[in-house]
Design a protein around this ligand. Structure first.
Ligand SMILES: [Ca+2]
Ligand SMILES: [Ca+2]
Ligand SMILES: [Ca+2]
Ligand SMILES: [Ca+2]
Length: 344
């Protein structure tokens, strides 16, 4: 995990970025492919545990070392942009900084067994800002991209569930809508079980509450995504199998990788949409709003954490080389300068 970016004040960073390609150091994720991700409509979901296990396979490169050791506890994420938190105090339930009253504080993560999260008026974080909407986690695009500072927009999840059976899986669904400065929706990206790039559904998502450990979640998923735990991934095809049934490496060896899906107090999954990332950087204006509607169901064993990290740098779909990183960094800085709001 690179802390180099965050160790430097921004003016020094700007000077270095223009002079030294080494300053572009940051963690990398491999491109989405049949082994590295499962695609859920507009979002690709990486298992960070799988990336660590499959890194001898070229399809899992380039990836930084120890991606299965990204801290996911309150002390590790309190300086990042936190969307969902079950901890009180410190920066874990407060995004000021880094968003400086241009984004919502975190929603409270459900902690009771069987409890669900539905964002709404009743649990809207109390801080408000221009463009804030009731019942969703919102952030002004300019505040977000200033903080990302060229990093890819990657969401991280620390799964905190108690077992591997399918009826113990967390279920999740989300939409990210982009609103302009008049409050008109300009784009929408969905995390769901519907077909890739099928766009955003209208109305309430269909939730299947699973009670049978042998339930065929892949064939009959509903709109919510089941957060797999205890499964194997075929080393050749990348297909997940023995969902909820595998308990250790031996259960998947020699043809598959075992994935526990819950690494303890580390980030378990990275969630990324290239289309959303491109839209935020290339199309949205700095005073537009990113509005996230996140829903969880079937909680067990304490609250999950969801946050945005700024540690994955460069273009995930491109293999970076030092020269292009330097040019990319300089180009982004120029873009940022041009697009930064002139009045507030
Ligand atoms: Ca608010
Ligand atoms: Ca809000
Ligand atoms: Ca939980
Ligand atoms: Ca965990």
């Amino acid at each position: 995990m690179s802390t180099f970016f965050r160790c430097l004040p921004k003016p020094a960073l700007v000077a270095l970025a223009l002079a030294l390609p080494l300053c572009a150091r940051a963690d990398l994720l491999p491109p989405p492919n049949e082994l590295t991700v499962i695609q859920y409509n507009d979002f690709a979901v990486y298992s960070l545990e799988l990336l660590e296990k499959c890194k001898a396979d070229p399809r899992c490169q380039p990836a930084s070392a120890d991606l299965d050791k990204i801290g996911g506890g309150p002390g590790q994420i309190q300086d990042l942009v936190v969307i969902l938190s079950s901890a009180a105090g410190g920066g874990v339930n407060d995004n000021t900084p880094p968003l400086n009253d241009l984004g919502d504080n975190p929603f409270s993560s459900p902690t009771g067994n069987g409890e669900a999260l539905v964002m709404g008026a009743g649990n809207e974080p109390t801080n408000t800002f221009t463009g804030d909407r009731t019942g969703s986690w919102d952030v002004q695009i300019g505040a977000l991209t200033d903080w990302l500072f060229g990093s890819d927009l990657v969401f991280l999840l620390n799964n905190n569930q108690e077992g591997d059976n399918i009826n113990q899986w967390l279920q999740a669904w989300a939409q990210v809508r982009i609103y302009d400065d008049s409050g008109v929706e300009q784009a929408c990206f969905e995390f769901s079980n519907t077909a890739p790039n099928s766009g955003c559904m209208v109305g309430q998502p269909d939730l299947v509450l699973v009670t049978d450990p042998a339930y065929d979640f892949v064939t009959n998923p509903g709109d919510y995504v089941g957060a797999f735990t205890g499964y194997c991934v075929d080393k050749v095809t990348g297909a997940a199998y023995d969902l909820g049934l595998a308990g250790n490496d031996g259960d998947c060896s020699p043809d598959g990788y075992f994935v526990s899906g819950n690494l303890g107090n580390f980030a378990d999954n990275a969630i990324f949409s290239q289309a959303l990332n491109d839209y935020v950087y290339n199309t949205a204006e700095s005073d537009w709003i990113l509005s996230l509607d996140l829903r969880l169901a079937n909680n067990t064993n304490g609250g999950e954490y969801v946050w945005i990290t700024n540690q994955f740098d460069g273009d995930i779909t491109t293999v970076p080389v030092p020269g292009t990183l330097l040019l990319l960094g300089a180009g982004l800085l120029l873009l940022r300068t041009v697009r930064r709001p002139t009045a507030s």
